[in-house]
Design a protein around this ligand. Sequence first.
Ligand code: 8YV
Length: 323
Amino acid sequence: MPRPRILVTRRWPAAVEAVLAERFDVSLNTNDVALNATQLRAALRDYDAVLPTVSDRLPADLFEGEPLRTRILGNFGVGFNHIDIAAAKARGIAVTNTPGVLTDCTADIAMLLLLSVARRGGEGERQVRAGEWVGWSPTHLVGTKVTGKTVGIIGFGRIGRAFAQRCHFGFGMNVVFYNRSAIDPHEAARYGAEQLPTVEDVLAVSDFVSLHCPGGAENRHLMNASRLAAMKPGAILINTARGDVIDEQALIAALENGTIRGAGLDVYEAEPNVPERLRQMENVVLLPHLGSATEETRTAMGMKVVDNITAFFDGREPPDRVV
Ligand code: 8YV
């Protein structure tokens, strides 16, 4: 039996690339630049498995037409809103993701953003690097205190819970959350958190709001102009989920008008393009989608993809099948 032909769309941690090479006939995109639609289309035609990342967009039209050789998309990441799942399903293509292994590191980045915006860490770092710090003063870069404040979490899945735990037990914050399904109050209490009925209820009481829901159609622009206006004056918005959960233009307006105090963002609507107006603002901290970017987590994510496609080609059920 020939080994399955697989395409890895970006460079992965060396340990994972080595395991893939032992088990599969691997083609690796060594340019480390995201593939375009034509290349992805050709990949679906020519490979048994394609292993995409968040930067490989696979909309419905890529799955249409001629016979496709691909039988599984082993997504490198937990979020899969860049893949049209219904179109993949219609062509009989399985899709898997990598849940669980990036929970802590993504929650850490949310905490890092919350602290950086609240305590003006980005501004301070820019000043010191630019040689513009003129000395300590009682009024220099005074931020807002975190301990004792209320943080509102939108989406209480794995990452939302890990973030709640950090906020409550690590930083002495009150934690409330919105989740579309009801969470057992005893389970919520394990994370020091309380569920509220609506997003608006959460926004009304939160000094910080952190997004931990999936991207894609159902949550597109969940944080729109009216929801941004419903945040407490002086509140801070954190997004480590997906860029499309926030209406970016409405956010820019809310930041410019002082509707909210600041924002910490790891994800954007049209990555890697970040609007110029956002990049000019002092009251935002902007990271380049670093949520899962640790050696340990990226390796664990890769190994999960290996487990999923190995199971699939062995005729077993892939552990993390989403379609
Ligand atoms: C990944 C992420 O690095 O897993 C996710 O959903 O957003 C990131 O942490 C990215 O998806 C890689 O494909």
